[in-house]
Design a protein around this ligand. Structure first.
Ligand code: SF4
Length: 354
């Protein structure tokens, strides 16, 4: 039984089905796991008092979520790499905001979307992460950085809607009030724009969860070149879908736009972007391109970013306030990743978490 794949209700059902137990034991298990942030079920006094059930359950339960093998801190941003039992690694990031911390999680080992500006794309897709592996990144962040890790962004490695079911169940688990209790309005899912995933997400009643669209271009020709997903689901169809999306009152879509100098930040792009967004309740997050290894593009200078931002504001594009470097790092998928495979791994550690 993979414990991090289950909401409280799921656990109650599983305990009833497998052991004839119910809420009393589920509460004891969640208390140990999320109240004490301890994955050692045998160390729970409640469990010790449960006799035979405790030993059966402790033998069956799986709490392994991968081993954090590396962390790196820079300007208030902590990146950590989790390595799974099959040797694959993913990267997650924790960033301190004024009143809380946000964790950015990966949903796939690699990605098959092939965006040209993205480090993760170079790896291709190895596999989807399991629910346990996704929730494990949030758990590691909570355990090590405290209960003020209150926001989650699904913007790390991978396309969340390409691993749809596991991402949805992860949201169910982390937002469970008896568990990590992360409010859905504090969760953002970022997508390159997969039509099926967007439609399902809207139909599945996830309006409380915020949606970010990784746009990065102002016309189809350019977007198809930068993001092959656009060939299957071009920009006008994407906009139509967003206009019909059951957004909560006063909510906006986050539009991530990675500025690649000379490629997607020319004056004509400003006009096209302003027209494209005119009817959408959207806020643009402008992210200076962050080059990885052998990058095709260079990062913009501060002056170039300022100019582009000013031109967009002039055209009445709703732009998010300037962010710190750390926030920029988390503003779009494709701006993380790549490093997970490159970081030198330290010797064996007993710590499953950081
Ligand atoms: S930018 Fe995002 S969707 Fe595109 S290849 Fe990278 S991880 Fe995948």
């Amino acid at each position: 039984m993979k414990i991090f794949e289950l909401t409280y209700e799921n656990l109650v059902e599983e305990l009833a089905r497998k052991y004839g137990k119910g809420e009393y034991h589920a509460t004891a298990i969640f208390r140990q796991l999320y109240g004490r942030m301890n994955t050692d079920m045998a160390a729970s006094q409640d469990m010790a008092a449960s006799g035979e059930f405790a030993s059966l359950f402790c033998r069956a339960v799986e709490t392994e979520t991968g081993r954090v093998v590396r962390k790196k801190e820079q300007e208030g941003v902590v990146k950590f790499v989790t390595r799974f039992s099959d040797g694959l690694s993913v990267e997650s990031v924790v960033i301190s905001m004024v009143r809380h911390k946000t964790v950015c999680v990966s949903t796939q080992a690699g990605c098959r979307m092939g965006c040209r500006f993205c480090e993760t794309a170079k790896e291709g897709l190895s596999r989807n992460l399991t629910v346990q592996e996704i929730v494990g990144q949030v758990y590691a962040a909570r355990k090590n950085f405290g209960s003020d890790v209150r926001n989650i962004v699904f913007m790390g490695m991978g396309e969340p809607f390409d691993n749809y079911d596991n991402v949805i169940q992860s949201i169910n688990v982390v937002s469970d009030q008896r568990g990590l209790d992360i409010a859905r309005r504090r969760i953002t899912v970022s997508t390159a724009g997969l039509e099926a995933g967007l439609k399902k997400f809207a139909a599945d009643g996830m309006p409380h969860v915020k949606l970010a669209i990784s746009l990065n271009a102002s016309n189809d020709r350019l977007r198809s070149e930068l993001m092959p997903v656009n060939r299957a689901f071009p920009m006008d169809k994407l906009r139509k879908l967003l206009l019909g999306y059951p957004l909560k009152k006063k909510d906006t879509f986050m539009i991530a736009y990675v500025q690649i100098p000379g490629v997607n930040d020319r004056p004509e792009h400003v006009l096209e972007l302003a027209q494209y967004l005119a009817l959408l309740p959207a806020k643009v997050n402008l992210i200076p391109f962050n080059p990885g290894t052998d990058s095709l593009y260079r990062p913009p200078t501060a002056k170039e970013t300022e100019t582009f931002r000013d031109l967009l504001i002039e055209k009445r594009v709703n732009i998010q306030k300037r962010t710190t470097k750390g926030k920029d790092l988390m503003a779009a998928c494709g701006q993380l990743g790549g490093e997970a495979g490159q970081w030198e791994l330290p010797g064996p550690s007993n710590n499953k978490i950081l």
